[in-house]
Design a protein around this ligand. Structure first.
Ligand SMILES: NC(=O)C1=CN([C@@H]2O[C@H](COP(=O)(O)OP(=O)(O)OC[C@H]3O[C@@H](n4cnc5c(N)ncnc54)[C@H](OP(=O)(O)O)[C@@H]3O)[C@@H](O)[C@H]2O)C=CC1
Ligand SMILES: CC(=O)N[C@@H](CCC(=O)OP(=O)(O)O)C(=O)O
Length: 345
């Protein structure tokens, strides 16, 4: 059995990790940490886990974590993991970090988007955990930087079409919508029920920190310069993310050809569902699952390809992909523990 611990188990991503890992046949949950709730049971904070998860919440303790874990999932805010991960690795654990701290192999790129990096030497050592694309590198990794939720949703449809040079990456436009759990469990006016329940707005227009992450991966994989206009929106849903990406085709391609290329690229990848002609993703079809659903249309008037993709931000966008990466690191069946289907309503 793999001994797995979750640091930041009381956040939305951390609790989702506990939910998934507690049903994983090859995992034994080992240690769960929280600062605010240390000393209480995990199920005191989340009563839905009563009689299912009996572990206490403990203060972060590197030595204890290293002793009792084979893998540590970090589900803390950015800038905290970079101070903790070096010691965990030295202690012999493998780490999957859900924050942005290890998503950029170049620490300078991280610093432009975020803040000074305090473990820059580890950035090059970390593997970007977009599972379907970087599987081979993930297998041997001791440190995985799990991708952001928007980058996961946006890159999965783009990359297989961009690698053969079919897309004009000099102007990619994407607008994406996220449910409110993407903002975490912390209480704030911006995520207060009355502020969001009947609202729908754009935020961080053209300046979201996921833009450099997406561009960085696009350029790394294709070797081409790319320019992205990215506008995220907050929608009155709890979970889910839907991205609509507009990009010009370099040469004419039929919808059938494009769909076939995506199907070929993702053959054998159970979580990526290329939808049939005239079918488009819906948040409710991926809720609670590790799936990314992809639909497409070629707008013959403008020559633009329109890619529509949907994920659950807390599953494929965070905890589910993190567990998928653990499965890859331990060479387990990649879908293990991740087979859930969404509720129909
Ligand atoms: N929510 C999402 O959809 C996604 C989240 N992520 C990433 O996962 C990580 C966790 O996000 P999420 O679960 O949404 O965040 P939450 O705000 O819901 O949870 C944050 C967690 O960090 C702990 N924590 C410890 N110290 C601090 C501190 N100083 N300030 C705030 N929290 C602290 C909290 O524990 P306690 O208060 O008990 O000590 C809590 O367990 C982030 O890096 C985020 O970017 C990635 C992709 C998607
Ligand atoms: C709705 C909402 O606020 N979403 C978050 C993104 C989700 C996330 O946690 O992404 P990181 O892992 O990169 O932080 C945001 O826009 O900042």
């Amino acid at each position: 059995m793999i001994r797995a611990s979750v640091v930041g188990a009381t956040g939305y991503a951390g609790a989702e990790l506990v939910r998934i890992l507690s049903g994983h046949p090859e995992v034994r949950l080992s240690m769960l940490t929280s600062h605010q709730y240390a000393g209480q049971l995990f199920s005191d904070v989340f009563p839905a886990f009563f009689q299912r998860v009996a572990l206490p919440l403990e203060e972060f303790d590197t030595r204890k974590l290293a002793e009792c874990s084979d893998v540590v999932f970090m589900a803390l805010p950015h800038s905290m993991p970079m101070t903790m991960v070096p010691e965990l690795l030295q202690g012999g654990c493998r780490v999957v970090d859900l924050s942005a701290d290890f998503r950029f192999s170049d620490p300078f790129a991280y610093e432009v988007a975020y803040e000074p990096h305090r473990a820059p030497e580890l950035c090059r050592h970390a593997v970007y955990g977009l599972s379907e694309i970087f599987r081979e590198k993930i297998t041997g990794a001791s440190l995985v930087g799990n991708p952001g939720c928007y980058p996961t949703c946006i890159l999965l449809p783009l990359l297989p079409l961009a690698t053969p040079g079919w897309l004009d990456l000099s102007r990619v436009i994407c607008d994406a919508k996220s449910g409110v759990s993407g903002a975490g469990r912390g209480v704030s006016l911006a995520t207060h029920f009355c502020e969001i329940a009947q609202a729908f707005k754009a935020y961080k227009v053209g300046e979201h920190r996921h833009r450099p992450e997406i561009v960085n991966v696009l350029e790394m994989v294709t070797g081409e310069k790319s320019r992205l206009t990215f506008v995220p929106h907050l929608v009155p849903a709890i979970r889910g993310m839907l991205a609509t990406t507009y990009v010009s085709l370099r040469e004419e391609k039929s919808e059938a050809e494009l769909r076939e290329r995506l199907r070929d690229a993702y053959r054998g990848n159970d979580f990526i569902r290329i939808l049939p002609e005239n079918s488009f993703p819906d948040l409710s079809h991926v809720r609670g699952t590790n799936c990314c659903d992809i639909g497409l249309r070629v707008d013959r008037e403008s020559g633009m390809l329109i890619l529509i993709s949907a994920i659950d931000n807390l599953v494929k966008g965070a905890a589910g992909q993190a567990v998928q990466n653990m499965n890859i690191m331990w060479r387990l069946e990649e879908t293990m523990g991740l087979g859930a289907l969404p509720p129909v309503v």
